[in-house]
Design a protein around this ligand. Structure first.
Ligand code: ADP
Ligand code: VHF
Length: 357
């Protein structure tokens, strides 16, 4: 049994005039039902609330972006989930709505609570349909877009595969509007960056564009999750991606599987509470390809920030470069007492350290 996270972009679910595309939603639900029948588990991350709400309610005065998002998303999310509910019910299936915020991924307790929620739904054969809680997400603490959310969810549920459905056939090796550009069919695990081929543009209803999609896709793949970017407007795309290796899409091949705690840490760069500045010897040891090393106090030159034991901290090189994120086993005041000393327990254990490779 595989766990497959499917992210559905706003553009997949909306027509050009912004109205909800019921036919497309129905086609996607048909495929999810077929995948479920084969025994695999499916988690949906669905955008579309703001787009679905736009046609339902008319603004009485010029709205700022936050007010517009709150107004349209609350109305649109009700419409969206209601439609999913009816469509899944036709298959005798149940779906459940999970609305979340970026803060929900910040602390380990919140994170585990959310993971438990998804697990309990899956255990009861309920298809989780996750979206950002746009009504209460303030700008600074928002996900870049639902691609970021889908990467977090895929890591959280230890997914085998993340399928990102957009309105385009995959990641192009240049501007998709340029006739010489082609879809990149396979991205090897060694590829760490696609920003030079992806142009910073997005579709009419999307939020983050292809740049976040490719960044999230590479990160999830580096954690051992196969990621596919495909066109959700094409018929039977999900089944085709799963069954036919020749399907037109971008497949980002997975690297080595990473354990759950490391995955959480890898996605938690926004929630660090301090910085550990390490010396060159410690840097060489951490990045040594031969063995897994923990960060010892002897290699730390300076500690900044105010953090408690168990908080996340950034690891910084002596030249100021960001090296990684880890869960610190000392509070900042305890750590300041022992930096530079030999024979102390690790400041960050290897299992709780994510390095930017
Ligand atoms: N190299 C590229 N390959 C594919 N699409 C790209 C590329 N660069 C920019 N884009 C744009 O990204 C859009 C998809 O991102 P986005 O608008 O966020 O969609 P979604 O709503 O599905 O999340 C495409 O429609 C395309 O206009
Ligand atoms: N939470 C928002 C999602 C916005 C968003 O990220 O959209 P997209 O770039 O299409 O995935 C909504 O439901 O409208």
């Amino acid at each position: 049994m595989k766990t497959i996270v499917v992210k559905i972009g706003s553009n997949v679910l909306t027509r050009n005039d912004g109205s909800l595309d019921g036919t497309r939603m129905s086609a996607i639900v048909d495929q999810v039902a077929a995948i479920r029948k084969r025994g695999d588990r499916v988690v949906l991350v669905s955008s579309g609330a703001v787009a679905a709400g736009r046609n339902e309610v008319r603004a009485r005065y010029a709205l700022d972006t936050v007010s517009a998002r709150q107004l349209y998303s609350t109305v649109g999310q009700a419409k969206l989930i209601n439609r999913y509910y009816e469509l899944f019910r036709d298959y005798g299936m149940t779906c459940g709505q999970v609305l979340t915020t970026k803060e929900g991924f910040g602390s380990r307790t919140h994170y585990l609570n959310q993971r438990h929620c998804i697990e309990v739904l899956l255990m009861h054969d309920v298809i989780p349909i996750i979206n950002e809680n746009d009504a209460v997400s303030v700008t600074e603490l928002m996900f870049t877009d639902n691609d970021e959310l889908s990467g977090l969810v895929a890591a959280m549920v230890d997914a085998d595969m993340l399928i990102i459905l957009s309105n385009i056939d995959g990641i192009y090796n240049g501007n998709p509007a340029d006739p010489t550009s082609e879809v990149i069919r396979v991205v090897e695990p060694s590829v760490k960056d696609l920003s030079d081929v992806v142009v910073a543009g997005k579709s009419s209803f999307g939020r983050g564009g292809m740049l976040t999609k490719s960044r999230i896709a590479l990160q999830a793949a580096s954690e051992g999750i196969e990621v596919v970017v495909a066109n959700g407007k094409r018929d039977d795309i999900l089944l085709s991606v799963l069954d036919d290796p020749d399907t037109l899409c971008t497949r980002i091949l997975p690297g080595e599987h990473v354990n759950g705690v490391k995955k959480w840490i890898a996605h938690s760069g926004d929630f660090t509470k301090g910085e550990l500045y390490i010396n060159d010897g410690a840097e060489r040891t951490l990045f040594s390809p031969d063995h897994a090393a923990s960060l010892l106090p002897v290699g730390i030159e300076e500690v900044s920030g105010n953090f408690r034991k168990g908080d996340l901290v950034d690891v910084i090189s002596s030249r100021g470069g960001h090296l990684g994120v880890g869960c610190c086993e000392y509070s900042s005041s305890e750590l300041k007492e022992v930096i530079g000393k030999k024979g102390m327990r690790p400041a960050i254990h290897y299992d709780y350290l994510h390095l930017d490779l």
